[in-house]
Every structure is written in C-alpha cells, then in structure tokens.
Design a binder for this molecule. Structure first.
Ligand code: ADP
Length: 490
C-alpha cells in the first residue's frame, strides 16, 4: 500500500534556534521536528516551519537563501513579499520578508499597531506559500494570536477558492490572554472581515486570536488542565461561553521539551555534565554558579532561582514577597528575567535589601539560563495562570525542584502529593504570597533532609517530558481531521 503523505504548514512568530522570546520559541523550535520524526511506514509527515524574517535572524543566519519574491492582493491592497529558505535543518524552515516586518524591531514591540500589521501581513503571506512552493498542504497549524488570522482567512478563502477547500486548520493556544487587541485598524487596512461566530462576544469579532479560534478545525490548549480552565470565567478571558459551545473542537495536548537541547548529561553550556545516577556534577555546577554570582559557597544553603518573563501572570511579585518573608532562613536566590519595569525594579530592590542573599539579572540570557537550571536546587513558578509552562519541565530534567502554583500545565506535570512516593515538586493553591511562603518554607525544610531531597531529584529527573508522546497526539489529531480528504482521494 502506498504511504500516505500529510503536508503541514506550521507557522509561528518565534522558534529556536532562530529567535526565542519565551516558551512558544521552545515549542515551535522542537515540535515540528518531533512530528517529522514520527513519519513511519504508513504516513510521511512533511511538516515545514515558517517564521517572519526578522532583522536579528538575517544577521545571525547568513546561510539562509532567498527563494523568490512574490506579490499578493488583500482587500484593496497589493503587497510584495519574499520567501527565504534554510535547508540544513531536518524540517525545512521558510522565512517571510516584507515591509511590515521591520529590520530593527523586537519580535513583540511596544507599538501594537505596528505589531498587528507585521503579524497580519505574515499570516496572509503564509497562505500564499502553497502556490509559491507548488506544495499542496493538508493542514495549516498556527500558534497564538500572531498567526491566527491565517486560520480566519483560510476559512474565507475556502468559500470561493477550490485549492483551499481541503485544508484543515489547527491553532495551538499557548496563552489566551494575549489576543492581539488593538488590531482593528490593521485588519481593516488589510481588508480582513470580522468573525461571524454567534458565540463570540461582539468585542472579540475583530481581534485576531478569537477570529482564528472561531474558524479553526481544532483548538489545542497546551495542557489538559488549561483546556478545562479556559471554560471558566477566571481563565476564559471572556471567551468561556464560546469555548463551552465549541467543546468538540477543543483538545488539550501537553507541550514537551527538546530533550537533546536540555540535557544535563551532554549540555556544553554548563560547567560539568551529570545525570540522575551521578549527581556530583550538579554540586559542581551550583558552586561554580555561586562563585560567578558572588554568593558564598555553602552546601547547607539551598539555591533558589527564578527564570521568567517579568509579568503579572508569572507571580513575580508573590515570589519577591515570599523571599522577603523568609529572609531569616538560610538560602540564596538568583533571579533572571526581564519585562515589566515595575517588577524589574522590585527584583533589583530585593537584591539591594539582601545583597549577600539575592542576585538579580535583568536580561534575557539563554546561556545563563542553562547554568541556572543546572546549578539551582529550587525553581519558583508562582504563576497566576500557566497554560503549560516549560521552565518547570526543563528544571526537573536538571534535578531542580519546582515550587509552583497548582494551575494549568504546572498541575499536570508536577507531582506534589504522590501516592507512590514519587514526589517531583511542591504545589500550592491559591496563588498568593501566604500559600507560596508556606510551600517554599516546607521545600526549604525538606532540602535539609538530604536523603529525601535526593529522592525527589531522582524522581524529577526520571520524568519523560520529551515530545514523543505529545507529538504523537498531534499526529493522531492531524490524521483524524484529514481522514475524509484521503478517503475522497482514493
Ligand atoms: P512563557 O510564558 O514565557 O512562554 P514558559 O515557561 O512556557 O513561559 O517558557 C519560558 C521559556 O523562556 C523557557 O525556555 C525559559 O528558560 C525561557 N526564559 C524565560 N525568561 C528567560 C530569561 N530571562 N533568559 C533566558 N531564558 C528565559
């Protein structure tokens, strides 16, 4: 029997190693490869990644080659773009360039009108790729608000253009709170019509993410718990009724991590390699990190870290408050993050208040993050909501134990009260300073019981957070939504 072929266009605003701002970059950099690798005797998954061709990528990857220029029309506009290709990856990676993708702007800028134009242009240009590449796609897989308009516009094109009629669409929902609000003018400029779904509140019909969600064949929140949370007013951001009406289209799939990139036994960015059977290297990493940061080297002091966007969502304020409240206990902390200027200021203020105890680094530094995951004992993630969270997955792989709020993917991946004595972390609820302080306090006490702590480390390092299971779930979903296409073709 001939092998079935599924052609998947995977579009995102960021992907490692090209550009990464947060967890979406980790996912878009690793999931397409994991899906590609699941090709078997029955099905070839021809998945291709598309990113905007940001100035930073142009500078760092001169080997990316231009394929062609192209023109397209939308509303009353005539637009020009170009496609570029990198073939050295297992999965082909295309880059779209054009005037709205400005050379020196950050991935997510402070000017939301410019961002809306950039991502709407990119989304529309992605829909031109099958024509340009002469490559018929079965599935359009978008991620978050930045690419949601491609899904919305695909549904419009299906009404009139035969070549689009068989394409199914998927949106992975990494963060519902970022919807692309403020895009109305840009949408009108590009001639994009509002969504019509009667269950969408009126305000949401001209906002990119809800517009895409209304048309997607499948909506994939990035953890099972988050897929239930979005049905409630506390987490649904005003779309809870819409989601409740479209339950059959929602399928939560947990994110995974790139196990070869995040691996303490082979990581070249950490001072010494180690594994769960030989943890001596972890201690070396901790001591090296403390020296690097100017903290005293003392085994009795657990090293706490935060590696995060500085955002209300992440509960950074709660973390700072709890560290303050527990200042009489023995610990050190290193905070790495950037974002909200007020939170950055508070994190720096904590360092000034406790200079020998707390070090704060306000920046985005991937290389330092590796040393922190390896050298720390505890990672704090007191998120107010967390669709999946990747930092706790990476931390556990490095034997760094999460103290986290019991929400979204944190609940799904951290075992706090494990009946089989396989504890991998500490969960608390609700997300407030009171609960966090008491939970962190108990983690600090447990740390002093070395035997128990080693057991928790080993359980955490034994978890499998690779993509193998979740990529399989995406493949299964792709198969199910395209089954009629293939039956029709036979
Ligand atoms: P987010 O909501 O930001 O996507 P996740 O936990 O899903 O949160 O993913 C965050 C990713 O970004 C992780 O890979 C984490 O290591 C990385 N990260 C966050 N802040 C920084 C920083 N300041 N420097 C380096 N890496 C960071």
């Amino acid at each position: 029997m001939a092998r079935k072929r599924l052609n998947i266009l995977f579009i995102a605003s960021e992907a490692e190693p090209f550009i990464k701002v947060g967890g979406l970059g980790d996912v878009a950099g690793s999931l397409p490869q994991a899906i590609h690798d699941l090709s078997n005797d029955d099905t070839v998954y021809d998945i291709r990644l598309v990113l905007p061709f940001y100035g930073q990528i142009k500078k760092r990857f001169p080997e990316i080659k231009k394929l062609t220029d192209f023109n397209f029309h939308t509303g009353s506009l005539s637009l020009k773009g170009s496609v570029h290709l990198l073939t050295s990856e297992r999965v082909p990676v295309y880059f779209i360039d054009g005037l709205p993708i400005k050379e020196d702007e950050p991935v997510y800028g402070s000017n939301f009108i410019a961002d809306a134009e950039k991502f709407i242009f990119f989304s529309l240009a992605c829909l031109e790729l099958p024509r340009i590449l002469k490559w018929k796609i079965d599935i359009l897989h978008a991620n978050d608000w930045h690419t949601a308009i491609a899904v919305h516009q695909l549904a419009k094109l299906k009404e009139t253009r035969r070549e689009f009629s068989r394409i199914k669409s998927v949106i992975s929902l990494h963060n519902l709170a970022y919807m692309g609000a403020g895009s109305e003018l840009a949408l009108a400029k590009f001639g994009i019509e509002p969504a019509e779904d009667p269950f969408l509140p009126i305000w949401a019909r001209t906002i990119p993410l809800p517009m895409g969600l209304a048309s997607a064949d499948r909506i994939v929140p990035v953890s099972p718990t988050y897929s239930r949370e979005i049905l409630t007013p506390d987490f649904g951001c005003g779309l809870e009724n819409f989601f409740t009406q479209h339950l059959t289209r929602i399928e939560g799939i947990l994110n995974g991590i790139n196990n070869s990139l995040w691996d303490p036994s082979s990581d070249s960015l950490i001072p010494t390699r180690y594994n769960k059977l030989n943890l001596a290297g972890k201690k070396t990493c901790k001591n090296a990190l403390k020296k690097e940061m100017g903290l005293s080297v003392n085994d009795q002091y657990p090293l706490i870290t935060i590696i995060s966007r500085m955002d209300q969502q992440k509960g950074i304020d709660l973390a700072l408050e709890s560290l303050s409240r527990l200042s009489n206990k023995n610990w050190h902390a290193i905070i790495l993050g950037s974002g909200d200027p007020l939170l950055e200021k508070s994190a720096l203020a904590l360092e000034s208040k406790m200079p020998g105890k707390v070090k704060t680094k306000i920046l985005f530094d991937s290389s330092l993050s590796h040393r922190l995951y390896a050298g720390a004992d505890i990672i704090l993630m007191p998120s107010r909501y967390e669709p999946c969270g990747l930092s706790q997955l990476i931390a556990m792989r490095y034997g760094t134990i999460p103290v986290a709020s019991a929400t979204g993917g944190l609940s799904d991946t951290i075992k706090s009260d494990d009946p089989e004595n396989m504890q991998t972390g500490f969960l608390f609820s609700p997300a407030d300073a009171e609960q966090l302080t008491s939970c962190l306090n108990s983690a600090l006490d447990t740390f002093q019981d070395s035997k128990k702590w080693q057991k928790i480390i080993k359980s955490a390092m034994s978890q499998d957070f690779s993509w193998s299971v979740s990529a399989g779930k995406y493949c299964d979903l792709y198969q199910r939504i395209t089954i009629h296409n293939h039956q029709e073709e036979q």
